[in-house]
Design a binder for this molecule. Structure first.
Ligand SMILES: [Zn+2]
Length: 330
């Protein structure tokens, strides 16, 4: 009664989908908060665009509990931590405007470098789509971007207000207002219909504007994503695990020319230009084929590398503890 089964891929609508995997890290606490008896989420694979997605998905009753007034997803994410500890983990610029090293700042710096000439020193309006509590505001300000965040989660809106951040709900945002940059970080895995999400976000982007997107993926590459990040992201709090192929499908459909992409920390990062007046094909990416077997093999290798890396990390922590203990005894 809490779930609905999908019969087609949420990205390309193909009916060629099949069961791919169950999750490897259970979100037991989330089910306890929701007071429902469920164990592991299940994930399907689309043969046409290689997208991996939650199936069955939760229905609107659960969705409202997670992201509505109760904000159960936020309570689950915060866990045992103090609120400021949680906020600081998301926003390294919570208390200052320094250029901290963080994956989200790295993506912004890379995108701004690529696109700097394009803006020709004009004021740059920056829309943070799914802004949370405005985690990108201080960074944006330190780069002279005019920041506006938009968010639906009530808890995040309250925190943004408390922190004095410029974040509002979609009803308060004028669709006639256009921005030079639209950015989203860890948002599209939470949107059940990515086609709807991308259309909503593009309503605010100027033609030839910059589109910056970060989403989790279970995929690994020879150089990236070996730890548990992407595997952990296959959890019941998410709807999607994207591949460059499924992202390229969406970008092509909605006229975003991909000018850069890279994998890092269990995520895919895309930098694109919104080109509604041109024929966009993103051929280099759309031609890539990830078969079901390739993705399955990738998943198994990822699990093995994840286990090895966490064992090494555990050992390092253990040795450090023993060394510190010996030092304190001596
Ligand atoms: Zn598909």
């Amino acid at each position: 009664m809490y779930f609905k089964h999908l019969t087609c891929c949420p990205v390309c609508k193909s009916k060629q989908i099949r069961f791919f995997t169950s999750e490897y890290q259970t979100t037991k606490k989330l089910f306890e908060l929701l007071k429902i008896n469920y164990k592991k989420s299940k994930w399907s694979h689309c043969s046409k665009c290689s997208h991996v997605f939650l199936n069955p998905v939760f229905n609107n009753i659960i969705s409202n509990k997670l992201y509505g007034n109760e904000s159960l997803y936020r309570i689950y994410s915060i866990g045992e931590r103090k609120i400021d500890e949680y906020l600081l983990e998301i926003d390294s610029n919570l208390y200052d405007m320094k250029q901290h090293k963080s994956p989200r700042n790295d993506l912004m710096i890379r995108a701004l470098k690529k696109y700097k000439k394009h803006f020709k020193n004009k004021p740059i309006k920056f829309l943070d789509f799914g802004a949370g509590f405005g985690a990108q505001e201080n960074f944006a300000k330190s780069h002279n971007l005019i920041y506006q965040g938009v968010e639906i989660d009530k808890w995040c809106l309250q925190q943004a207000e408390r922190l004095g951040r410029n974040v509002t709900s979609p009803e308060n945002l004028k669709s006639s207002e256009k921005y030079e940059i639209v950015h989203s970080w860890q948002v599209f895995e939470h949107i059940s219909d990515p086609n709807y999400g991308i259309q909503e976000s593009l309503k605010y982007l100027k033609s030839n504007g910059l589109y910056i997107l970060n989403v989790p993926t279970f995929l690994i590459t020879p150089f990236n994503n070996w730890d548990w990040g992407g595997i952990k992201a296959l959890n019941w709090g998410h709807y999607h695990s994207y591949s460059i192929k499924s992202l390229s499908y969406l970008c092509t459909k909605y006229s975003i020319k991909i000018i850069d992409f890279y994998y890092s920390n269990g995520d895919i990062n895309i930098i694109g230009i919104y080109s509604p007046n041109e024929k966009v094909d993103n051929k280099i990416f759309s031609k890539i084929t990830y078969t079901f077997l390739f993705n399955k093999l990738n998943l198994y290798i990822h699990i093995i590398t994840g286990i090895c890396l966490s064992s090494v990390k555990f050992l390092v922590r253990f040795i450090k503890k023993i060394t510190n203990l010996r030092k304190s005894i001596n």
